[in-house]
Ligand binder design. Structure first.
Ligand code: ATP
Length: 250
């Protein structure tokens, strides 16, 4: 369970304090996915940094499974916009990176690594370097690394935004397939309404800066068969767009 209670964050720049996020309250059950959508600059990445334990100066409480965020004791997977792969390490080494830091039992990890490579369709690419892969393949590597860690919480910051529309859809499906097997609590930030409706069991709309929670939508279409081609999917995207337009123009 992820629990955010009365979160308030202000940044300080050149002697001024300004609010970035205000009164954020959010709960996410174990294994749920949550898509966060909000206008540029409303504090989405800041929120992920708090959940990742990178940003520690805030008011309120943020808990992962009943404990304050402590990356040294918890497993937090983070996929940044540029995938965060190390260009000088091979694909296999990149995938191993997260668990290498957390786990001593390397033999188990090697078996899991092979299974993950298989699941993500990366066979034959293990010895290449990130610069030798397509964007979609690099995204698969980032997903493999994150899921191999078996994280308590997976954070993704606009993970599919650099991909063309068809590859994005394909990788979204890959994400869902791996998520179904591992049911990892996931929070993703996105600018795409369709992506939020396709990948978020919960959809959170944040207001313009300072970001506050405008709406939380329980998505009835999440993980339903052939969701993307259903009339209800288009309808929900349309409604969400309308809500967002009204909310962001306030
Ligand atoms: N380290 C920092 N110091 C001061 N201000 C910051 C810092 N990082 C971000 N900001 C400011 O905080 C606000 C929120 O930034 P953040 O990156 O969280 O927004 P965002 O919603 O993720 O934006 P985008 O959708 O454009 O990526 C912005 O006004 C930004 O300029």
């Amino acid at each position: 369970m992820i629990r955010i209670k009365d979160l308030h964050i202000a940044y300080e720049a050149r002697g001024y304090n300004y609010d970035v996020l205000k009164n954020i309250n959010l709960e996410l059950a174990a294994g749920e996915t949550c898509a966060i959508i909000g206008p540029s600059g409303c504090g989405k990445s800041t929120l992920l940094k708090v959940l990742a334990g990178i940003l520690k100066k805030f008011a309120g409480t943020v808990e992962i499974n009943g404990q304050p965020v402590m990356p040294q004791n918890q497993r937090i997977g983070f996929i940044p916009q540029n995938y965060g792969l190390l260009p000088w390490k091979s694909i296999a080494e990149n995938i191993r990176l997260g668990v290498k830091i957390k786990d001593r039992n390397q033999r188990d990890n090697e078996q899991n690594l092979a299974a993950m490579i298989q699941l993500l369709g990366l066979n034959g690419l293990e010895h290449r370097f990130p610069g030798e892969l397509s964007g979609g393949q690099q995204q698969r590597v980032a997903l493999a690394r994150a899921f191999l860690l078996k994280p308590d919480l997976l954070l993704m910051d606009e993970p599919f935004s650099a991909l063309d529309a068809m590859t994005r859809e394909e990788i979204q499906n890959v994400f869902l397939e791996v998520w179904r097997r591992h049911s990892v609590s996931t929070i993703l930030v996105t600018h795409h309404v369709e992506e939020a409706v396709y990948l978020g069991r919960k959809i959170v709309i944040l207001s313009a800066a300072p970001g506050t929670v405008s709406k939380i939508i329980e998505n009835p279409l999440f993980d339903t068969q052939d969701a993307r081609n259903r009339q209800e999917f288009f309808q929900l995207c349309l409604e969400l767009r309308k809500m967002i337009k009204e909310d962001w123009s306030k």
